[in-house]
Design a protein around this ligand. Structure first.
Ligand SMILES: Cc1cc2nc3c(=O)[nH]c(=O)nc-3n(C[C@H](O)[C@H](O)[C@H](O)COP(=O)(O)OP(=O)(O)OC[C@H]3O[C@@H](n4cnc5c(N)ncnc54)[C@H](O)[C@@H]3O)c2cc1C
Length: 385
């Protein structure tokens, strides 16, 4: 694995301390109450975790993708859900820094870094998931504004966000070339919050429906030009995918740490279960999966940081590998605890429910495998021609 520099060693120490002292004691209660952790958002802003993708001139403390992965891994070890605000603000920072106008950056980036305006990404629709190029939400230009109609669903932080990165079609006749991306405010006239989902895990971070009924979006909200939408979403998701991998690594490590401690203390058959070979093999496989996922994740983040052409493919590999590792490791952690693992007295059942989300979000693991295969095939064809 790439060696961290001195600053990254310090960043990990700080993130670990914040996560273990402030996030971990709140994790179970947030899971049960399903309440958004505003107090932790404030804390993360204070430590600069929300501004890692915001340039210094706008109040951020810019960091690399590796830095963000370090912070997300440490927070997710304590609570996968509580890492969501850090990833959401990173996406906001990436989109605005890469595609925003001077005015959009000046106006919104300081609020992204401070957490005054939480950002949500609105792509998915009831009829459109994996193939986002088919979005039906329509933004029609009329004078100096767009009129938006359509419904978005499953939008993380949808009901608490102050702004949305909205993916819509400005010209359906052009298909994918007619897609556009907007940065819109919560108080957009004609935008209302619909159903808030009841979900398996990731409690505390609401996923919500956004309903646009003749919503009036000023033309200044457009990111880039009309038709840039797909490029913006593909490139931005390409950069944030590795962050989901880092959260999955954190989940796997958190579950392993807990199961190992439990196995040392739980006595059956005359001794700690950690001395039973069946348990040892499980712990070894869990540790190996977590470590392999970590190596691939930080490699992907590093490739992104140095602008390698391999970055996109390796980040897809990291996302699906780490998500599958998190699912396997958290499931095994429940098994190590036996019946106790199935009960809410221990955090491993929460971790297992949360891990499932990592296999679905940011492009399902099937879609990531498709992306990896397509990139391999394209490269082989180029070499053969
Ligand atoms: C907790 C949570 C948070 C979310 N947050 C957000 C958010 O913030 N913003 C947002 O826009 N969306 C969000 N989503 C939605 C998420 O991105 C979608 O659920 C995901 O993209 C899959 O779309 P879908 O659910 O419509 O499934 P579908 O696309 O209908 O897929 C169903 C199944 O078919 C498989 N499949 C589909 N196409 C292919 C293919 N070409 N090849 C192989 N298999 C395929 C999928 O892998 C899946 O197993 C969230 C979802 C969850 C669960």
């Amino acid at each position: 694995m790439i060696s961290p520099n001195e600053q990254q060693v310090l960043l990990r120490q700080t993130a670990r301390q914040v996560a273990q002292e402030k996030v971990l004691p709140r994790a179970g209660e947030i899971d049960r109450s399903n309440e958004y952790p505003w107090d932790l958002v404030e804390l993360f802003a204070k430590y600069g975790f929300l501004g890692l993708k915001v340039p210094e001139e706008y109040g951020g403390n810019p960091g690399t993708a590796v830095d963000l992965c370090i912070v997300l891994e440490e927070i997710s070890k304590a609570s996968y859900a509580c890492a969501a605000p850090v990833q959401g603000q990173a996406i906001g920072g990436i989109v605005l820094s890469d595609w925003g106008s001077d005015e959009q950056r000046r106006r919104y980036l300081p609020e992204v870094a401070s957490g005054a305006r939480m950002v949500a990404l609105a792509i998915t629709e009831p009829e459109v998931g994996s193939d986002a190029t088919k979005v039906r939400t329509r933004a029609s230009k009329t004078g100096d504004h767009y009129v938006v109609n359509g419904t978005k669903c499953f939008i993380s932080s949808g009901s608490i966000a102050g702004a949305y990165v909205l993916f819509a079609s400005t010209d359906p006749s052009k298909r994918a070339a007619g897609l556009s991306t907007f940065f819109i405010e919560r108080n957009t006239p004609g935008l209302k919050i619909g159903k808030i989902d009841e979900k398996m895990g990731s409690h505390g971070i609401p996923t919500a429906e956004l309903i646009f009924e003749d919503a009036v979006v000023p033309e200044e909200c457009l990111l880039g030009k009309e038709g840039d939408g797909l490029n913006i979403i593909v490139k931005s998701l390409g950069k944030s995918r590795v962050l989901t991998a880092a959260r999955a690594v954190g989940l796997a490590q958190g579950a392993l740490d807990y199961a190992l401690q439990y196995a040392l203390q739980r006595v059956q058959s005359g001794g700690p279960i950690a001395h039973l070979q069946g348990i040892q093999f499980m712990l070894a496989d869990m540790a190996t999966a977590a470590e392999a996922a970590r190596c691939l994740t930080y490699e992907a983040a590093h490739l992104g940081d140095i602008g390698s052409p391999e970055a996109s493919r390796v980040s897809s590999m990291a996302k699906y590998f780490a998500a599958d590792a998190a699912m396997q490791v958290t499931t095994d952690a429940v098994q190590v605890l036996g019946g106790h693992g199935y009960m809410k007295d221990h955090p491993v059942e929460r971790m297992m429910r949360d891990a499932k989300a990592t296999q679905v979000v940011e492009g399902t693991n099937q879609i990531q495998r498709r992306l990896v295969a397509r990139s391999l095939i394209d490269e082989a064809k180029r070499r053969n021609s």
